[in-house]
Every structure is written in structure tokens, then in C-alpha cells.
Design a binder for this molecule. Structure first.
Ligand code: CU
Length: 336
């Protein structure tokens, strides 16, 4: 028997996924293609099996498992990207290096969501963020993930929102700007959505929306037999849980990287994908499916393939889908 409570949760999940899946003003940007921009050639090493070609394997851990000094080091490195390193992409409205990362996501929103590139692109985007923290801001750790399953249904109590050793809390009444923690008073230049306007980081943390991050829903995705079925599953409830559970900027499918929590959320999702891949290696290092766009191009749908190039706008070299399939072989990190 299905309870009223679970029906309500399902309805809310559907609503949250729907809002997140509805790009604002997408029509204005459908002319953008991942190949429209000149970009440097890929230089990532080809996957050579787990660990092959890596001098070091970074160990990505849950935020909740980091020590106080590890959390401090991560937050400091993020602040460095935001305040100390100037933009280098040359893209419109970018001021900081952090802006470069938001921009790469904003400009490609219509081709990296709701299609086969969703997981590969965000894997590379997380990798780029980790690389900038390490190479430009002296961070020595790995990109942490937020173990959202542990906080599902109780985001308002989650330690990740700590004001000292976390990302600060929810937004204030009215404009929803966050007012505490390391990122209070930070001015974003990219967003909301496709706009380029100066604005604060907003949040509306919701326990109800965060129920979508529950282990039950992650396990449902992990049990699916093909990438064609697994990616839409991961992109629905587990994806919506973090975005709608945090709310505000994170609720915006185009400019959500403006909240630094985006990187811990998408690293959590990347780990879900990797856990799914690990259930049938090496076959799932080659399993890709879905289209290359969210909406049907005039010339017709195109299937995503391992040879597709993922655009990083020069922030780091572009990579093919194939090059991001094996986290230990190509990208040199693992989840522990
Ligand atoms: Cu995204």
C-alpha cells in the first residue's frame, strides 16, 4: 500500500525535477553548439585500464569525513579561486577564475543536460574545478563529494551548511541571499540563468525536497542494467534532491555552479555514476547512450558517442567522452 506521505514525496520530486529540467530562456541559446568555439586539442591521456598512466590517484572522500583542517583547506582554496585568481577564459562577464567555470556550464546548459553528455560533461567539469583548486590555489586535497544520502530529508540539519567549517546556511527572507559562512557577500557576475548580472548567492534549503537524495532512489538507479536507463534515473531524483534541496542559485539549471555546493553535489552524482560503472567493469567503461542535445536540432537527433568532444572553453583541455569514462585510468582519481 502506498501512503499519502510517499505519494506526496513523489509528486514533489516530479515537480522539483520538472522545474530543474526547464531551462530558462533556452530558446535564446539553442544556436549554441559545443563545437561552435575554437578550443585547444585534447591532451588527456587515453584510459589504459584502472590506474594506468597515472602518477598519482587522488582519493575523493565525503565532506562529512574530512577533518576540520581539510575542510578549511578546501574552503580557502575555493575562496582563492573566487577572489584571487582572475578569469582567463575571455568569456563575457567573467571576472574571477571561478566565473570561468560557471560560464562554461552556463553557455552549454542546453547540450549538457537531459542528454547523453550530462554525466560525462559534469565529470569533466568537476575535474576542471579540482584541477584549478590544486594548480592555481595550492590545494593539496581531492575534490570532496557531499554524501547527500546521509542527509536526505534533513538538509536543514546537515553539517555541510556550518557557518565556520562549511558553506554557510540558507538565504534570508526577501532576497534569499546567504548571509553567513565563507561565501556570504560574494558577488556573482554570471547568472541567474543566462543573464550576466551582479547578484548574491541565494539558497532556500528544503528538507522536503532533499528527500529525493535518499539511498532508496540512488539504489534504484544503480540497479538499472544499461547507461541508457541509468543516466536519466541519476539525472532525475538524486540530481533534483541536491539542487532543489539547496534551492536558490542551485535550483537554476543554467547558473547553478554559482553556489560552491554545486561541485560537491555533482561530485556526489559522479560517484553514483562510478558506482554504477563499477558493477560491470570493463563493459561500462564503454557504455554511452542518449542524444547530444536536449531538444531536437533541425537536422535531427544525434546519438552521443565515445568520440564526442566535451568543451571546457580552454579552462582545461577538452576531452572526449571516452577519456572521462575511466576515472582511475584517464582522470586519475577514485572514490573512497
Ligand atoms: Cu549542470
Amino acid at each position: 500500500m502506498v501512503s499519502i506521505r510517499s505519494l506526496l514525496a513523489i509528486a514533489l520530486a516530479a515537480a522539483a525535477a520538472q522545474v530543474y529540467a526547464s531551462p530558462i530562456a533556452l530558446a535564446d541559446h539553442t544556436h549554441l553548439s559545443i563545437f561552435d568555439y575554437a578550443s585547444p586539442p585534447s591532451s588527456l591521456s587515453s584510459p589504459q585500464g584502472s590506474g594506468g598512466g597515472c602518477s598519482e590517484i587522488l582519493q575523493r572522500r565525503a565532506w562529512q569525513s574530512l577533518s576540520a583542517s581539510e575542510k578549511r583547506a578546501y574552503l580557502d582554496a575555493e575562496l582563492c579561486l573566487m577572489w584571487q585568481i582572475p578569469a582567463q577564459s575571455g568569456l563575457a562577464a567573467t571576472v574571477s577564475r571561478y566565473d570561468d567555470l560557471i560560464k562554461a556550464h552556463q553557455l552549454q546548459s542546453g547540450v549538457v543536460h537531459g542528454d547523453g553528455w550530462f554525466l560525462p560533461f559534469h565529470r569533466l567539469h568537476m575535474y576542471a574545478h579540482e584541477k584549478l583548486l590544486r594548480e592555481e590555489c595550492g590545494y593539496e586535497g581531492a575534490q570532496p563529494y557531499w554524501d547527500e544520502e546521509a542527509d536526505a530529508g534533513r538538509f536543514t540539519q546537515a553539517e555541510i551548511f556550518d557557518t565556520e567549517l562549511g558553506f554557510g546556511g540558507t538565504g534570508r527572507v526577501g532576497d534569499r541571499c546567504i548571509t553567513d559562512g565563507p561565501f556570504a557577500n560574494y558577488t556573482l557576475h554570471t547568472g541567474p540563468g543566462y543573464q550576466n548580472t551582479d547578484h548574491c548567492i541565494t539558497r532556500t534549503i528544503s528538507d522536503l525536497e532533499s528527500r529525493n537524495s535518499a539511498t532508496q532512489f540512488v539504489e534504484e538507479c544503480l540497479a538499472l542494467p544499461t547507461f541508457a536507463r541509468a543516466w536519466p534515473c541519476i539525472e532525475s531524483r538524486p540530481h533534483a534532491g541536491g539542487h532543489a534541496g539547496v534551492g536558490g542559485e542551485m535550483m537554476n539549471p543554467i547558473s547553478s555552479p554559482g553556489d560552491p555546493l554545486f561541485y560537491l553535489h555533482h561530485t556526489f552524482l559522479d560517484r553514483v555514476w562510478w558506482r554504477w560503472q563499477e558493477r560491470d567493469l570493463p563493459a561500462r567503461l564503454e557504455d554511452i547512450a542518449g542524444y547530444t542535445t536536449q531538444t531536437r536540432p533541425r537536422s535531427g537527433w544525434v546519438n552521443a558517442t565515445l568520440d564526442d568532444e566535451l568543451n571546457m572553453y580552454g579552462i582545461i583541455p577538452n576531452a572526449t567522452v571516452r577519456e572521462v569514462m575511466d576515472i582511475k585510468g584517464g582522470l586519475c582519481f577514485e572514490y573512497v
